[in-house]
Write a protein that binds this ligand. Structure first.
Ligand code: CTP
Length: 473
């Protein structure tokens, strides 16, 4: 098969010329080839090249040929070099007899042929190469019938899976990630090998594991990957809190739902409505504290009181362990987990404007994301119930919009600043300023005072009298 017509990027001709003049047999390999054959729309911004010889020399010569001066980054240990050019990353590596490991601590010592190199790659579908050599430019080199595995949608290792996975245990995560992203089946022997070797994941850095987990969460139907992680027990190696969600306890006629599978449904639901990885993380973690908060109340059944607050508190620790960022993204997830029951309460009771204002105040700009999370949380099998919840949430959204238009609470700032309060009452910064500010906030959110300056000053003066403060006028 010749894939010449897919090599439209001018870089291929440049590399082919360099390869020809320096007599370096060169191929484009890996994900780029796979995605061409899959006709995948995903815009890959990294392309991998392999040559029989020094990848570093090839990169140096390619960079010289480009019209502007381009830096080559070296990862000498791995015999790898990278060029960043026209918003793309081109990675060059010499063919090797040993496994391809981007982050291995072990230096690559033995050079090999293109076949040796393909042997040590992760999956048959990622081991295909396209020749950039003049004798057969564009020819597909596919020694392990990767193309037929693409047709049958199969994830399979080129060598015996035990060898491929022990070369780099991260590949067990990658197998599941590709299976989830591409909706492929992991071939039986490979699946058993993952189950058998799951504990070997312990030698892989958490950053790399989490990178794959995030890719699973961004696949179209993340539950495919998450179920595989659970069933192979890979999940147990790095995310025990999520494993804990699984299981159903029954007492008499009372059983609670399986929170693991419920969470997967919520994630699949929310994925249909968002690309925001942090919103997906909020779905993943929304019920994370349920196992700890589970109680049985005689005659009433199972309850999970307070799981939203405890769940919110668990977020920083989980983020830290999983090496997720400990910045405003984490705060956002914490906030959504903590607030995830609030709109439900609003949809059940008769909603007061005050409750709506308080939710707008607490959620701020994340109110729409919170509503998206709550809607995804509806996983009842009873279509009547689902229709009722959706209708109620629509009402809540409508109410939120009306109140926001009227009162502008979303990004609420007090109509009077702390400095103004100090000036009006001739006081220093301190406890009293806090008391006045808080009571004003409560009064505005409760609708007792208009969200404007004059009314706020009037209210403050009354409040100040209560706590024995005199104003300046
Ligand atoms: N590879 C491997 N083992 C790994 C990582 C990568 O054998 N643990 C090889 C595969 O041949 C892979 C190539 O290196 O195709 C490039 O890896 P990477 O850029 O991580 O993935 P892609 O396959 O390009 O796919 P994607 O861009 O979707 O991550």
């Amino acid at each position: 098969m010749n894939l010449n017509k897919h090599l439209t990027n001018p870089i291929f001709k440049i590399i082919a010329e360099v390869a020809e003049s320096s007599k370096l047999e060169t191929y484009v390999v890996g994900g780029f080839v796979r995605d061409i054959l899959l006709k995948r729309k995903k815009n890959k911004t990294d392309i991998d090249f392999v040559c029989v010889g020094s990848g570093i020399d090839l990169a140096k010569q390619v960079s010289k040929k480009l019209e502007k001066k381009i830096d080559v980054k070296y990862f000498n240990n791995f015999g790898t070099a990278m060029i960043h050019y026209n918003k793309e990353d081109y990675e060059f590596v010499g063919a090797r007899k040993e496994s391809y490991r981007s982050n291995s601590r072990k230096p690559i010592v033995e050079n090999g042929t293109i076949q040796d190199d393909q042997n040590r790659r992760d999956f048959t579908i990622n081991a295909m190469a396209i020749s950039l050599n003049s004798s057969n430019y564009g020819k597909l080199i596919d020694p392990f019938a990767g193309i037929s595995d693409l047709e049958t949608k199969t994830i399979k290792t080129p060598l015996s899976p035990d060898i491929t996975y022990s070369d780099d245990p991260l590949r067990m995560m990658r197998a599941i990630r590709f299976s989830s992203e591409l909706n492929f089946e992991i071939e039986n022997e490979s699946y058993s090998s993952i189950c058998k070797n799951a504990e070997r994941l312990s030698i892989i850095s958490q950053e790399r594991i989490t990178e794959e987990l995030n890719k699973i969460l961004l696949s179209e139907k993340p539950s495919i990957g998450l179920k595989l992680l659970f069933n192979t027990k890979l999940l147990h190696q790095f995310f025990p809190e999520m494993v804990e969600l699984q299981g159903v306890e029954e007492r008499g006629k009372f059983a609670h739902k399986d929170n693991f599978y419920h969470t997967l449904e919520v994630i699949d639901n929310i994925r249909k409505n968002t690309d925001n990885i942090w919103l997906i993380w909020s779905a993943l973690l929304h019920d994370i504290a349920k196992p700890q908060c589970k109680r049985f109340e005689e005659g009433h059944g199972w309850t999970f009181h307070g799981h939203e607050f405890l769940g919110g508190k668990m977020v920083p620790r989980i983020f830290k362990t999983l090496k997720l960022p400990l910045n405003e993204k984490m705060k956002y997830v914490k906030k959504l987990v903590t607030l995830h029951l609030r709109p439900i309460v609003l949809s059940q009771d008769i909603v007061t404007d005050s409750a709506i204002r308080r939710l707008l105040f607490d959620a701020g700009d994340d109110i729409d994301d919170l509503m998206t999370l709550c809607e995804a949380d509806i996983t009842s099998k009873n279509p009547k119930k689902v229709a009722r919840y959706i209708k109620n949430f629509k009402l809540v959204r409508k109410k939120l919009k009306e109140i926001e238009e009227k009162d502008h609470i979303r990004n609420w700032k007090p109509p009077i600043s702390g400095e103004e309060i100090m000036e009006i009452f001739n006081i220093e910064a301190g406890r009293e300023v806090g008391i006045l500010k808080n009571s004003l906030k409560d009064a505005i959110l409760d609708g007792k005072v208009k969200n404007e300056k004059e009314a706020s000053i009037e209210f403050m003066k009354l409040k100040a009298k209560e706590i024995n403060l005199k104003s300046n006028d």
